[in-house]
Design a protein around this ligand. Sequence first.
Ligand SMILES: [Fe+2]
Length: 365
Amino acid sequence: MPVRVYSGANCLLQHPEVFAAAGKKALIVCGRNSAKRCGVFADIEKILKETGQDFVAFDRVEPNPSIETVYEGAAFARSEGADFIVAAGGGSPMDAAKAIAVLACASIPREALFQGNYVKALPMIHIPTTAGTGSELTPYAILTDDRIETKMTMSGPVMFPKAAFLDGKYMAQLPYRTTVHTAVDALSHAAEGMLSNKSSRFSDALAKQSLQMITAQFPALEIGRFDAAARQSLLEASALAGMVISQTGTTVVHTMGYSFTYFLGTDHGRANGLTLGQFLALGEAQCPARIREILSCLGMTKAAELTVFLRKLLQPDERLSEAQVRKFTEITMKRGAKKLSDCMIRVSETDIMNLYAGYRQEGVK
Ligand SMILES: [Fe+2]
């Protein structure tokens, strides 16, 4: 874990030296509004003025960033002569920033974008303003690829940020549904990490701590009231889960979720929550001890309890046609092959189809 992590109230403003050491001119990567609304943009500006560093903003990152956006951001970084990146926002700006950091250093054709072996990236400082993605602590950039109608992952050691600042104050005004969906993403990362064949004692320790911290916030998530301590705890739990998946990767739950997001516009974390409980239930017969270990961190004994809890929390209204169930299954089997083989739970094409079929609308072809 090569990312230096700073955590707690006002940690950003207390460490201008991290910015000063990063380069001469910053490219601030963020979405159109959120970074300004939550106050993080003003804090970054304040620091960069204090250190005397030049900066320019690329504030055009859309939710679920496209490949076009990151190429555009990289061209902008080059034309402006930016030599480091400050990413502020949820998973979308943070992921886009990593791709921009790589593309600003090398001309990679679109066909080779996801092949890895990236040699260099601009140094990055990440500041999450949602608590779920953990992107500030992973070497992944998840981008939407319209040509294959799903998301793809860029990944490589050079894509780890240099530093991450975790301050829950930027989440004080985060809408309820975003808070819930992102918390479910973090929960999903920790649980999925424990189901990976790449999990270890180290990743398990982080995953369990993360799950317990999120579980402690279940009452707050249900009633929708979050004080500063709850925000900070969810943010740190998300960061811990990010450390987990940077070692283990996610599972096919994430691949399945990409189709919900691409075709129905479902929020990313919510999309994972639609099948996570049912996925764990598949593991109850195959690796019962492991599933018990995960559930015990959640204060549960059966995977069905998690399904019930997530249904209550997310109130799913997603409905799929028969054709969508078939199409989503096909995309998942094609794109999720590696995740399927890396997972302790062996799932078949029929299992995937059955998980999607849970959202099938009767009589709609
Ligand atoms: Fe995720």
